[in-house]
Design a protein around this ligand. Structure first.
Ligand code: NAD
Length: 328
């Protein structure tokens, strides 16, 4: 068991909530900070949970203290395609997320935090390498020349460089991971910020047997999806390693959105047809490239996508039922 002390920024979010549970299992003392409590976990397992806004340097100062062994910076203004690709949220995404990173890192420098984890994203990869749905390129070194397809991706790229600069100039030990579509139970599944796997599970759970499910775009766009348990396992292994990154944490099991939807429908046991409609869809193809994580950590995610879909669909189906019950 560990006697280490960690700060989780973005503790009320999907990955932050799961990370806190894992750190507690490992014996950590955990302080969490977020704008809000975790929506789905009920009582937090963190030792301290602070509601606060990391855009405010004073708040960052109050939570980034010198007794910390590790900081996990997951706080970001983010969402799925319906949030980051529509244009309306670009200024907020860049301003809010950059401020969280600037403030947390500056305080980490001042108090001398030994190690800090930063969650970057597959969205940093250049659009020009992701135009062939069957053959996208997302190896870590292909990030430059940079041309992310969203401001969300540009902010992540700026912040990656910010962390690396603080490492070079101020000696902070950083770990930078590029997450590829993490999904699973206890994540946002409705309201506009949900990502594709949760949105598709929700649509299937809501549909009446014999009905239709809407999919944004023609469904040929490809992605890979990583179940949350393996994301957390990857984060912990990465944090314990000597490797700085950036490194992909994602699944290599690429699937088209049409086939992903068919998989969810199959898991649901319903008979449904797919209706392709206009909608934000992002790059044509994206897949994790796990050569580097395998080389550096001797490990890579291996759980089949279908297992994650079964787990996630079951949880979202329960949420839909509970919401319906509450509405009557
Ligand atoms: P999430 O939206 O569930 O969690 C982010 C949390 O940050 C939210 O709870 C939000 O309230 C909090 N936050 C935002 N602004 C804040 C502020 N000013 N002060 C304090 N808290 C603030 O997202 P997630 O899926 O848990 O993602 C965690 C991190 O991983 C994010 O940085 C995200 O960009 C990155 N990431 C996630 C994925 C994914 O598939 N989930 C993929 C790539 C990168």
């Amino acid at each position: 068991m560990s006697s280490k002390k960690a700060l989780v920024c973005g503790a009320g979010g999907f990955i932050g909530g799961h990370l806190i549970n894992r750190l507690k299992e490992e014996g950590y003392y955990v302080r969490g900070i977020d704008l809000k409590e975790h929506e789905f976990f009920g009582e937090t397992s963190a030792d301290e949970f602070i509601i606060g806004d990391l855009r405010d340097p004073e708040v960052a100062r109050s939570v980034v203290t010198e007794d910390l062994d590790e900081v996990y910076q997951l706080a970001a203004d983010m969402g799925g395609a319906g949030f980051i690709f529509i244009g309306d949220n670009d200024a907020d995404i860049m301003h809010n997320s950059a401020l969280c990173n600037l403030n947390v890192l500056e305080e980490a420098k001042k108090v001398g935090v030994p190690k800090i984890f930063y969650s970057s994203s597959a969205c940093i990869y250049p659009e020009y390498n992701q135009q062939d749905p069957q053959n996208p390129k997302c190896s870590e070194e292909s990030a430059y020349p940079a041309m992310p397809d969203s401001e969300y991706g540009w902010e992540k790229l700026f912040s990656e460089r910010l962390y690396l600069s603080y490492m070079r100039n101020h000696g902070i030990d950083v770990r930078i991971a590029r997450f590829h579509n993490i999904f699973g139970p206890f994540g946002t599944w409705d309201g506009g910020r949900e990502k594709a796997p949760a949105a598709i599970c929700r649509k299937v759970a809501i549909a009446e047997d014999g009905g239709e499910v809407e999919v944004w775009g023609d469904g040929t766009q490809t992605r890979s999806f990583l179940i949350i348990d393996e994301c957390i396992e990857g984060m912990r292994r990465f944090m314990k390693s000597d490797f700085i990154g950036p490194v992909n944490i994602g699944s290599e099991e690429m699937i088209s959105i049409q086939d992903f939807t068919k998989m969810v429908i199959d898991v649901s046991g319903k008979k449904l047809s797919i209706k392709n409609v206009e909608g934000p869809r992002g790059v044509a193809g994206r897949n994790s490239d796990n050569a580097l994580i395998r080389e550096k950590l001797g490990w890579a995610p291996s759980k089949p996508l279908r297992n994650g879909v079964e787990e996630t669909y079951k949880w979202i189906e329960e949420q839909v039922k509970e919401k319906r019950k509450a509405a009557v």
